[in-house]
Write a protein that binds this ligand. Structure first.
Ligand code: FES
Length: 126
């Protein structure tokens, strides 16, 4: 039985739940009061039937313990990093534990990376 750890630094979320093999990650989050949707997703999500693409999570650890990406995920997430998944399409199969970042913010990460690169470049010039 894998454990799924849901984290989100901006929301002080750090919650681990135990999941039976085959557990749907979105359902497990909802059952445990974990909010996986950004604002628009709260209003427009499809309820977990794999139609909207608003339940994006970032798998920080344990990708091998999840079911493979579905065809819908491949289409919906084609411009996203390889470790992004749709929670409603992801089944926890174990044997290892899983850690997911809820509501991943690509823009913030890109800004941080650019700032890091700029600082590194400035360091080289000094
Ligand atoms: S909730 Fe709609 S695709 Fe996951």
């Amino acid at each position: 039985m894998p454990a799924i750890k849901f984290v989100n630094d901006a929301e002080n979320l750090d919650k681990t739940v135990v999941a039976a093999n085959g557990t749907n990650v979105r359902i497990k989050a909802v059952e445990n009061g974990i909010d996986i949707y950004k604002f628009m997703g709260k209003l427009t999500n499809c309820g977990g039937i794999g139609q909207c693409g608003t339940c994006v999570i970032e798998v920080v650890e344990g990708m091998e313990s999840l079911s493979p990406r579905t065809a819908f995920e491949e289409r919906k997430l084609k411009n996203k990093p390889a470790n992004y998944r749709l929670a409603c399409q992801s089944l926890a199969n174990g044997p290892g534990d899983i850690e997911v970042q809820t509501k991943p913010d690509e823009k913030a990460k890109a800004k941080a990376k650019a700032a890091q690169q700029k600082a590194a470049k400035a360091g080289k010039l000094a």
